[in-house]
Design a protein around this ligand. Structure first.
Ligand code: AMP
Length: 591
């Protein structure tokens, strides 16, 4: 948190600055502060940064600041490993370009109809964001031309390598104009990626944000891995289930400080936002209210929380994972003040797990996984609170008047003491019901495979190209072999299978084990604990125009097993493609 750079110091164009301000970003993240001036200066870059550090804006903001709106041929191309990421990056471009009139970005990826992409390319797009296979297809068809490209960006280069896209990338790099600016982002630098950098980048600047290690003592650090849309629910449950005096919740943007504050206030919390939009006096007033106990929760951005020192804070919640590890250490240091113990809880998503590991390395401490508080836990807390309040009233309040009133009421209503007590409890608990009816949901700890991590730290030295890389580090003991109804005779390659499964089942490509191509079908080893919903979804996925119809085999892992389909599915599942109703294909189009 030492940098004092502002977005306005970075020579970004006015419309881009306006978009950044609309989005509520307060300061550039370290990777942005380091990269933006270099890209604006037309330098080639190797950026070692993981998802969650703000790397998309690090390249999108400078590129958009220099876009030539009159050039109809694509002038920027971003290569991404997955369709999900391509869409996300394209959406980020759109958001940052919201004040650039006439700007067009197009994501192009497999699985989407060509016609749509071809029409858009014909109409003219400024930025193309694509997965390597589909970009190559368009190049071969002549529907995409790279002659106008000024900047080529490889995003998550190591992931593309893992997914077997290395040759496609080289072909695309060869097709781009020699003199265009080339930028590469990768969380790790395995040898084949470093080789591509040497071959194609001109005296590249290396941008790597070194994270200092800092010790954080007396703070119990936990994390929950969730989907983004589960965060608010998880947060409200945590706030009910945890015991704390004062709590600070960190978010990334100004807009989220106010949004979340309103949502928690509506749920009965004493809460207020602090952000960089508020003047010093207003911020200080909020901090005073937190100190005095008028507020229990403050929702803050990093900038606003600088120097905040309130002993009452016993809980820090990172609602958004911070963009760098130093910010994390700074944030959690808001608790455990004056020798007291504190607790820090981090909400994170599977995509951000590398950042989580970076935090663990920087703090030399493992965060423990905590469950989303269940309805039973919350019911227990509410019951305990209720009983503590009753005990307090019994010990400090003169109750004679109420005892007499209760006796009269009992007589008048002709009810027993316990019936009367039950009715009164019912009335007293309405705001915070003692009977809790919440559907429980699981945090996704299954995605955090510590073994997997042991073999692949962020230096990535052990990564190997294509499936050799995966094979080498495979741990078959917790894998199950699945059969999919596509094989060599359908023109399927290993990279198609990895891409489709990683995209559709939302699992890390590294968790995909051995893949064996046969003529009419293939087998793939996947984690044993794959959620049923992910498998159901996978059944309907298409590769090379064929539904993969995934099913468990009777073999445990890929070697020498029995790849017959389990009997239960034999009747239902005719493998002959000719017999399959053609119409089913359209069910999955455009997903
Ligand atoms: P990325 O690493 O590109 O996936 O970005 C991670 C998240 O951080 C995205 O949700 C961005 O919208 C957000 N973000 C990027 N830069 C900033 C910034 N300077 N301040 C706040 N949030 C940011």
């Amino acid at each position: 948190m030492t940098e004092t750079v502002n977005f306005t110091d970075l020579n970004l164009s006015a419309p881009v600055l306006k978009a950044v301000s609309d989005l509520g970003y307060e300061t550039p993240s370290p990777i942005q502060a380091a990269t933006i001036p270099l890209i604006l200066n037309q330098q080639d870059i190797i950026g070692q940064a993981q998802t969650g550090t703000g790397k998309t804006a690090a390249f999108a903001l400078p590129v958009l600041s220099q876009i030539d709106i009159n050039q109809k041929q694509p002038q920027v191309i971003v290569m991404c490993p997955t369709r999900e990421l391509a869409i996300q990056v394209a959406e980020a471009f759109q958001a940052y370009a919201r004040h650039i009139k006439g700007f067009h970005v197009m994501p192009i990826y497999g699985g989407q109809a060509y016609g749509l992409q071809i029409n858009a390319l014909k109409r003219g797009v400024h930025v193309v964001v694509g997965t390597p296979g589909r970009v190559l297809d368009h190049l071969n068809k002549g529907t995409l031309k790279l002659t106008g490209i000024k900047t080529l960006i490889l995003d998550e280069a190591d992931e593309m390598l893992r997914m077997g896209f290395i040759e496609d990338i080289e072909t695309i790099m060869d097709a781009a104009p020699k003199e265009c600016q080339k930028t590469m982002f990768s969380a790790t630098m395995p040898a084949p990626i470093a080789k591509i950098a040497r071959k194609y980048l001109k005296s590249p600047e290396e941008v790597k944000i070194a994270s200092k290690t800092s010790t954080v003592e007396r703070i119990d650090q936990q994390f929950l891995m969730l989907r983004n849309n589960q965060k608010l629910d998880a947060l409200t449950r945590i706030l009910e289930a945890e015991e704390y005096e004062g709590c600070i919740i960190f978010v990334r943007t100004r807009s989220l400080t106010t949004e979340l504050s309103e949502k928690l206030e509506a749920r009965g919390h004493a809460v207020a936002p602090i952000n960089g939009d508020m003047n010093q006096a207003a911020r200080e007033q909020t901090i005073r209210r937190l100190k005095s106990g008028k507020l229990d929760i403050v929702i803050a951005t990093d900038v606003a929380a600088r120097g905040l020192d309130v002993e009452r804070i016993t809980l820090v919640i990172n609602y958004d994972i911070p963009l760098d590890t130093e910010a994390y250490v700074h944030r959690i240091g808001r608790t455990g003040r004056a020798g007291r113990t504190g607790k820090a809880i981090l909400l994170t998503t599977p995509r951000e797990k590398r950042l989580l590991f970076a935090i663990e390395r920087a703090t030399k401490q493992k965060l423990t996984s905590m469950p989303v508080p269940s309805s039973d836990m919350i019911a227990q807390r509410r019951a305990d609170n209720f009983s503590a309040q009753v005990a307090e009233v019994l010990s400090d309040t003169p109750l004679q008047f109420y005892q007499e009133f209760s006796a009269k009421l009992q007589e008048k209503l002709e009810v027993s003491e316990s019936e009367l007590a039950a009715a009164l409890i019912y009335m007293a608990q309405e705001r915070s019901p003692l009977q809790v009816e919440m559907s429980d949901f699981q945090s996704m700890d299954v995605y955090r495979d510590r073994e997997d991590r042991g073999g692949r730290d962020d230096r990535g030295g052990r990564d190997r190209p294509d499936r050799g890389g995966r094979d080498k580090q495979r741990d078959d003991s917790n894998k199950q072999t699945y059969r999919i109804e596509v094989g060599r005779e359908h023109g399927v390659q290993v990279s198609d299978i990895v891409g489709a499964i990683a995209n559709e089942a939302k699992i890390d490509a590294r968790q995909i084990g051995r893949i064996k191509l046969n003529d009419s079908f293939s087998t793939v080893d996947l984690p044993k604990d794959m959620p049923a919903a992910a498998l159901d979804h996978l059944k309907k996925v298409y590769i090379r125009k064929r539904q993969i119809d995934i099913s468990e085999t009777q073999a445990n892992t890929g070697d020498g097993g029995d790849f017959r389909k389990p009997r239960r599915s034999e009747g239902r599942n005719d493998r002959s493609d000719k017999k399959r109703p053609q119409g089913r294909r359209s069910e999955n189009r455009g997903k």
